[in-house]
Unconditional design. Structure first.
Length: 265
């Protein structure tokens, strides 16, 4: 188990060290004049990236990062939350100016959205009961009951891999994913690694661990972007400059340290 944990942490460190495009700092610039209020939508129920406190306040890495960008852009942020699928649809329809929901870039999504420069790097992990044997994803799909969030990149990959006899439990939110694992409806779940780490560190997650090492192939990981409507290339250019500015002045690193013990960029 110690070896498995060490391998997991080593892989996280390796992923964090990979170079990312768009890292060159450029002078910050305000958002286009017509956009003095930026309508921002973040994913809900996705700690440590975003969640609502008991009083309704939105908190998390994506919330703090979005607010930092708005300060650089010299705009007022109007921030709301929605499920991941709804976030993509709402931004694509132009109901919001910016979506911050840990979105991976795919050809299908490029037809509907503009993508910012990356702001962190993701991977995917299998989670299950402590003591389970090492499994490849192909073995897991064939032999185990797996839960996954509908509309996620993990869902797309598992859907392509499914065969007759595959038991795939599709749930609407990340909270439902952890619940399916806790109550035994699923033997395994497939989830973004950093969200999985947050769950494993919780009281409910103590009975579980990662199965194998984090995955990035087949669309299961890579650079993570914010998304914008297709008709806002002006805003995309301003957001890209703001990301570089927040990186270069140390704000990004300060926010990172509040939520993660390693650099996720």
């Amino acid at each position: 188990m110690v070896q498995r944990a060490l391998a997991f942490l080593w892989c996280l460190a390796w992923l964090a060290a990979l170079p990312m495009e768009g890292a060159r700092a450029e002078p910050p610039a305000p958002a286009p004049a017509e956009s003095q209020t930026l309508r921002v939508l973040v994913s809900d129920n996705a700690p440590p990236f975003s969640r609502r406190e008991a009083d309704g306040t939105l908190v998390g890495f994506n919330v703090d990062f979005g607010n930092a960008l708005c300060r650089v852009l010299q705009v007022t942020c109007s921030m709301e939350s929605a499920p991941f699928n709804q976030l993509i649809d709402e931004v694509a329809a132009g109901h919001y100016d910016l979506g911050i929901g840990n979105v991976l870039r795919t050809p299908e999504r490029e037809k509907r959205l503009l993508f910012s420069t990356p702001y962190w790097r993701s991977s995917t992990s299998l989670l299950g009961q402590r003591g389970l044997p090492e499994l490849t994803l192909a073995e897991a799909v064939r032999d185990r009951r797996i839960a996954v969030v509908r509309g996620s990149q993990q869902y797309d990959v598992l859907s392509r891999m499914s065969r007759p006899g595959t038991t795939l439990l599709v749930v609407p939110t990340l909270e439902d994913l952890w619940a399916a694992l806790i109550d035994g409806r699923a033997e395994l779940v497939l989830a973004p690694t950093l969200k999985a780490v947050h769950f494993l560190l919780s009281d409910e997650g103590q009975r579980f661990e990662t199965i194998g090492t984090p995955m990035t192939d087949s669309g299961l990981g890579g650079p993570v972007h914010m998304v914008l409507p297709l008709n806002r290339p002006d805003l995309k250019a301003a957001v890209d400059r703001a990301i570089a500015a927040v990186r270069s002045d140390g704000t990004y690193q300060s926010i990172n340290r509040q939520y993660f013990p390693f650099d996720i960029y």
